[in-house]
Design a binder for this molecule. Structure first.
Ligand code: MLT
Ligand code: MN
Ligand code: ZN
Length: 304
């Protein structure tokens, strides 16, 4: 099983188009040692030819340009993307579907019911796509039952609901329902597992069990501190209140990752442009390194 990070930044990307924070200004000028990143998405394949796209970011066209494995090579119209799975209905994970509209056949799409509702109602991307390629939609069991994505051989998927947040245009933004967000396990034929959760708002026993059985965890790296956006004057909302557990402090992600079994590979992903861990020379980044925690970057790839 091969996994590749297409985009490792949170919504907005890094640098964000209108942001002049220390990181964004610093990566533009070169004053901060950091790498630009596109918005949140990964791909997974069992054979290196046919891939599942997990989340469709608005940067998908640039991501495909940077990823030869996804480019057409078997005919006049072709793609390495055999199917798409959406883990939530947020803008950064779904609007890339528009960019895939030139398909000749309906796009095979896996998403949970609340996400399907949001993307046919509050943000009716899937309705709009009916005027182009359309989608062939499949549901996702949320009880960790393994399922396959047609055409992606050698990978099994399973999902559990997560405490995080639905998109602002969802009727359950303030009262989450199961399926608004999910944690996804990717399982190789060898039985080795990756647990992927780019939007993870709170620690709970079930998610912990999924993380403990995984060989690699790729989890929410959005914010270092809960009040990161508030302190910078960019928002009135804390990280936790928008469904992202911060890394630092009591009960934070770093403490959680420290508690996982030795040998677990730990990777933070979906990193917001304000997060000091993007600066490779920052004390916060050094703390992660000391704890054996990696920071995903676009193009990062591994095989299990
Ligand atoms: C989130 O993860 O909270 C969203 O991506 C935010 C956004 O897309 O603006
Ligand atoms: Mn997001
Ligand atoms: Zn910024």
């Amino acid at each position: 099983m091969q996994v590749r990070v297409l985009g490792s930044a949170a919504g907005g990307g890094f640098p964000q188009w209108n942001c002049n924070c220390r990181n964004c200004a610093g990566v533009r000028s070169g004053a901060v040692k950091a790498t630009a990143r596109t918005q949140s998405s990964i791909i997974v394949s069992g054979n290196g030819i046919d891939w599942a796209l997990i989340n469709a970011s608005p940067d998908i066209l640039a991501q495909i340009r940077a990823t030869p494995a996804l480019q057409p090579n078997r005919g006049t119209r072709d793609t390495g993307i055999a199917g798409v799975l959406l883990m939530d209905g947020q803008v950064d994970h779904s609007t890339g579907l528009y960019m895939l509209r030139e398909r000749g056949r309906p796009l095979p799409l896996w998403c949970a019911d609340p996400v399907y509702e949001d993307l046919t109602q509050g943000n009716p991307i899937l309705k709009v796509l009916e005027h182009y390629c359309g989608v062939e939609r499949h549901g996702i069991p949320l009880d960790d039952t393994p399922f396959a994505i047609d055409g992606v051989e050698g990978v099994r998927f399973s999902a559990i609901p997560l405490a995080s947040k639905a998109a602002p245009y969802s009727p359950h933004r303030e009262q989450s329902v199961d399926g608004d967000n999910m944690g996804l396990t990717l399982m190789a034929e060898s039985g080795r597992r990756v647990f992927y959760a780019p939007g993870l708002g709170a620690r709970d026993g079930r998610v912990d069990a999924m993380m403990r059985r995984a060989d690699v965890v790729m989890v929410d790296g959005t914010f270092w501190t809960d009040d990161e956006m508030v302190a910078l004057g960019f928002s009135k909302k804390t990280g936790r209140s928008i469904g992202h557990l911060p890394q630092s402090g009591p009960g934070g992600m770093l403490e959680w990752l420290d508690s996982l079994p030795p040998g677990t590979r730990k990777i933070l992903i979906h990193i917001n442009n304000t997060n000091p861990i993007l600066d490779e020379d920052s004390p916060q980044r050094h703390v992660l390194t000391a704890h054996g925690v990696e920071v995903a970057v676009d193009g990062m790839a591994f095989e299990l």
